[in-house]
Ligand binder design. Structure first.
Ligand code: NAD
Ligand code: ZN
Length: 358
């Protein structure tokens, strides 16, 4: 059975295209007393970008904080805040990195689906179409702008709201918006894309659709992180998009499974968590890890180990539990007999290796 997957219907790309946002949104306004809800990363609260967000009267601007990756509780609180005070908006616009875009996707869905976002962590559990929603990345790499998931940490697990309804209706890809990102963050999020490509291209789920997107994306990552150049921001934005399209029809692998465990138990952010995990996976991704080390060296990156001190054996067990919940990732990496190849103690060994480095 082939998956008939949905893609984002409208895409605008180019330096300065953010200026066209108000026209795009005006076409979606349903009535004179309707409003749009903007969820914007609070890193921009004191940034000139703030003045460029064209609010109409009645529009709501909420500064979101992503010091911690999005939780189901935060999504429920934001949804409540919008609904109780102002009703249902004509649109939700997320401006920020993967975390902010995921918040916007999840809030758009929770405005039209009853209960808590916890109830929808999983695959195709969303029943009703969300409010029109727009993704505007300010970091490149996660592919959240094209994916059918909004990744959330809940009380039990870190798992996305995966559905066709989750996809943005519109994305605005303006490479100028990523220009001010700190060097380390730019690298970690960029490596998310690079690792998406390595895991997709070496996986057992690979097909021609994933391959063409993954090969182009990894080539762009190499240009950006090994050669550099004036149009690197444009290239990395397109790499993120193509890498996201590649995994949409295949899967990620071992590195992502391990990174989810680090995130759930110790709140390690996705980009750095991936880098910490990938750093020691030569056995599984020899060429990818070698090239990753070259990129680190070229950019003078030292991986931060903040948040990884004194991890107890109970915490390691929980990390293993979280990683092993992600069957498709392991199957993509190792094949249908992955459980024989990767028994629990081997996964524990991979975590012990990550924790012992540094
Ligand atoms: P992020 O959104 O978590 O942001 C990281 C940091 O960078 C934050 O402090 C943020 O304030 C700051 N930041 C963002 N843009 C900036 C800019 N232009 N200038 C300066 N600072 C900026 O980072 P991310 O790596 O883009 O996203 C990671 C998140 O994405 C995780 O929550 C992860 O679970 C999620 N994710 C989602 C998908 C998906 O398909 N939905 C895929 C991969 C990752
Ligand atoms: Zn990722």
């Amino acid at each position: 059975m082939f998956r008939n997957f949905k893609t984002v219907s409208n895409v605008i790309f180019g330096r300065g295209c953010f200026e066209q946002l108000s026209g795009i949104l005006n076409a979606q306004r349903k009535s004179a007393d309707g409003f749009m809800a903007f969820l914007v990363d609070d890193v921009f609260e004191e940034n000139p970008l703030k003045e460029r967000i064209s609010l109409e009267s009645g529009d709501l601007l909420i500064w979101v904080n992503v010091d911690h990756e999005p939780t189901t509780r935060y999504v429920d609180d934001l949804t409540h805040q919008i609904k109780e005070k102002d009703g249902t908006p004509d649109g939700v616009i997320g401006i920020g990195g993967g975390s902010t875009m995921d918040l916007a996707k999840a809030v758009s869905l929770m405005l039209t689906n009853p209960g808590s976002s916890v109830d929808y962590q999983g695959w195709d559990l969303i029943k009703n179409q969300g409010v029109y929603h727009v993704g505007i990345p300010t970091l490149s790499g996660t592919g959240a702008e094209v994916s059918r998931t909004a990744v959330l940490s809940g009380p039990e697990k870190k798992l996305g709201l995966n559905s066709d309804y989750t996809l943005f209706d519109q994305m605005v890809l303006d490479p100028e918006l990523t220009a001010g990102a700190p060097k380390d963050q730019h690298f970690h999020t960029g490596m998310d894309c690079y690792i998406h490509c390595v895991e997709s291209l070496t996986g057992t789920y690979l097909n021609a659709f994933s391959q063409v997107h993954g090969e182009k994306a990894i080539e762009l990552c190499r240009e950006v992180f090994l050669n550099g150049g004036p149009d690197s921001d444009d290239k990395l934005m397109m790499a993120s998009y193509m890498g996201g399209m590649s995994i949409a029809y295949s899967q990620v692998g071992i590195c992502h499974a391990l990174s989810y465990g680090l995130a759930f138990v110790r709140g390690i952010h996705h980009g750095i968590g991936n880098c910490l995990a990938f750093d020691g996976l030569e056995e599984y991704y020899p060429e990818g890890v070698r090239e990753f080390h070259q990129m680190m060296e070229k950019h003078g990156i030292r991986l931060s180990r903040d948040g990884l001190a004194n991890v107890s054996s109970e915490e390691v067990e929980k990390m293993v539990d979280v990683a092993l919940m992600l069957d498709p990732l392991w199957e993509n990496a190792l094949g249908v007999d992955w459980k024989e190849k990767m028994p629990r103690e081997k996964v524990r060994g991979l975590y012990e290796d990550i924790l012992s480095r540094g």
